[in-house]
Design a protein around this ligand. Structure first.
Ligand SMILES: Cc1cc2nc3c(=O)[nH]c(=O)nc-3n(C[C@H](O)[C@H](O)[C@H](O)COP(=O)(O)OP(=O)(O)OC[C@H]3O[C@@H](n4cnc5c(N)ncnc54)[C@H](O)[C@@H]3O)c2cc1C
Length: 507
């Protein structure tokens, strides 16, 4: 068999040039180089969704795969570091906690740290679980650094438009051809039903062997053409709208995202180097767009630098993310609101899974099934984690929060909550994105009081437990205190202030 026999999918067409489209172009061109012809079609007239600026730590793996230099990347996208998300008013009005990107304290082999903390509280400990987390403490202190005694786990905030631009330059350098134009027609093979080509408004027909639908909410190929179907989750996640505005920075950027619950929704604040991204995610059944925009403008720190932009969405997922010779990515594949900044991660994960299963000679239905099953499970676990934030609240000040508390929830989530309430235990399935510590941070942060801690903790005498807690905090305080302020660390990464790369690598 010669090489050509094993290479039936040489022409890849990506429809859409938002974050999803350019992430796909970058990853596919990195994986296959000029060996495949990769074309990306995007329409300036339609534009991109223009939001999506907070990430989770796994994005560093994506950048590793692309071979990006961290400082160059941050400077190209006006990025900042993110150590977690601060949730305010979620459990009760006036309360706040951080969901950090690292575990608190230190676990023993049988019991995680929070079991020790639960017992210590019974003995009089007043510090919160967050106080035992390096990442939370660093976030609260406004500090960040990677050259200290301990390296935090972190992600980034970045300008979505600049991110797409950076990935475009990367992809074009690897041979990706960008085509500006609006797709108006999609042609299917009369027998197989596979997509054969797309036609642009200006006339040209672009043929391909495999198509990646990154066309955003409209799902031009996956839904409008292949009619894949949709599973609706809006009975659990009621938000169907957002209003976004950018504002001037009035303070150094905090190294974390803020998610503040309001009366009928929640507000995000994402600090970048040059500006702040703000928005309110809300349900139109509870809050009118004009009131949402006013609520947003009344609650931003700096002067707005854009007009408030309204967005509508539907929460749920396509029944198949991979259908025939079409893979949907990003908003075309489904939508979960940005409360835990998971959408960009799901693009990245789907891409990596897809590249691992990239067809050679023909598309194997069993491989498609495997892919669709894996991404479905991943999405359902993330969905449950987001519902948790809404459902576990004690707020009595608005009908919205009462309705969220009283709604029925998926059985999988009800099981997790029950387990934690009874014995403080959390288990992680292999498909789950969020680790045990994330569930614990949110469940404790929003006021669940487990009935018991692990009996293993009782092996430690009370005085030793108290010392262990005090030492953990003292160590964190020392580690935090030695790191620079976030803004100072960002300044160190500016081109003129960096040590030459070769010198750093010791070459
Ligand atoms: C309010 C909100 C906040 C969010 N915040 C976050 C966050 O903090 N973190 C996170 O990870 N994610 C977030 N997301 C999700 C994130 O924005 C998206 O996952 C990401 O931007 C990917 O979008 P996309 O590329 O799929 O779609 P888009 O950005 O909508 O891009 C669609 C592309 O398709 C092109 N196109 C469409 N139709 C045609 C056509 N007929 N012909 C040619 N081209 C066409 C458009 O021109 C565009 O280039 C948020 C989403 C929303 C709605």
């Amino acid at each position: 068999m010669n090489a050509m026999d094993n290479d039936g999918f040489r022409r890849i067409v990506i429809v859409g040039g938002g974050t999803a489209g350019w992430m796909a172009a970058a990853a596919l061109s990195q994986a296959f180089g000029r060996h495949k012809r990769i074309e990306l079609i995007e329409s300036d007239e339609i534009g991109t969704v223009g939001v999506g600026e907070a990430t989770i730590p796994a994005i560093k793996n994506f950048h590793l795969l692309l071979g990006l230099d961290e400082a160059e990347f941050l400077n190209a996208v006006n990025g900042t570091f993110k150590l977690g998300i601060e949730f305010e008013n979620w459990g009760r009005l006036g309360e706040r906690y951080i969901h950090p990107f690292g575990p608190p304290g230190a676990d023993s082999w049988a019991a995680q740290f929070h079991h020790y903390w639960l017992k210590a509280r019974r003995l009089g400990e007043t510090a919160s679980l967050n106080d035992f987390s390096f990442e939370s403490s660093l976030a609260r202190a406004g500090r960040f650094g990677l050259n200290g005694e301990r390296k935090p786990n972190y992600a980034y905030h970045f300008d979505a438009g600049l991110y797409a631009r950076m990935l475009r330059a990367y992809s074009e350098a690897l041979g990706v051809r960008r085509i500006e134009g609006k797709v108006v027609d999609v042609n299917l093979h009369s027998e197989s039903g596979m997509i054969e080509s797309v036609r642009l408004e200006s006339g040209p027909v672009i043929e391909g062997d495999f198509f990646i639908d990154c066309s955003g909410f409209r799902g031009l190929l996956i839904e409008q053409t292949l009619q894949t179907g949709w599973e609706d989750w809006s009975h659990w996640l009621r938000a169907d709208s957002a209003v976004a505005v950018q504002s001037e920075s009035v303070a150094p950027p905090a190294p974390y995202t803020r998610a503040t619950a309001r009366g009928e929704g929640w507000q995000w604040k994402i600090p970048l180097q040059h500006r702040v991204g703000n928005g309110i995610v809300y349900s139109s059944a509870y809050l009118e767009p004009d009131r949402a925009a006013k609520l947003l403008l009344d609650n931003i720190d700096g002067r707005p630098i854009t007009e408030p932009r309204q967005l509508r969405f539907r929460t749920g997922r396509r029944l198949l993310q991979w259908n025939r010779n079409c893979l949907a990515l990003g908003l075309a594949s489904g939508f979960l609101e940005p409360l835990e900044s998971t959408s960009i991660h799901m693009i990245q994960n789907s891409l990596i899974r897809f590249i691992k299963l990239f067809p050679a000679r023909q598309i194997e239905p069993t491989e498609i099934d495997q892919f669709n099953n894996d991404v479905r499970l991943e999405a359902e676990y993330i969905r449950d984690f987001i519902i948790l934030h809404y459902h576990v609240n004690q707020r009595t000040d608005s009908r919205y929060w009462t309705d969220c508390r009283e709604m029925s929830i998926p059985d999988t989530l009800a099981h997790k909550i029950r387990l934690f309430e009874r014995s403080a235990r959390v288990f992680r399935d292999q498909y789950e994105l969020f680790a045990e510590q994330s569930w614990v941070a949110v469940m404790v942060g929003q006021g669940i009081e487990p009935a018991a801690w692990h009996p293993f903790v009782n092996n430690l005498p009370d005085t030793e437990l108290k010392n262990f807690m005090a030492e953990t905090r003292a160590t964190i305080a020392r580690q935090v205190g030695r790191l620079p302020m976030h803004q100072d660390y960002l300044n160190q990464l500016q081109p003129g202030n960096r040590e030459p790369r070769v010198a750093r690598a010791g070459a």
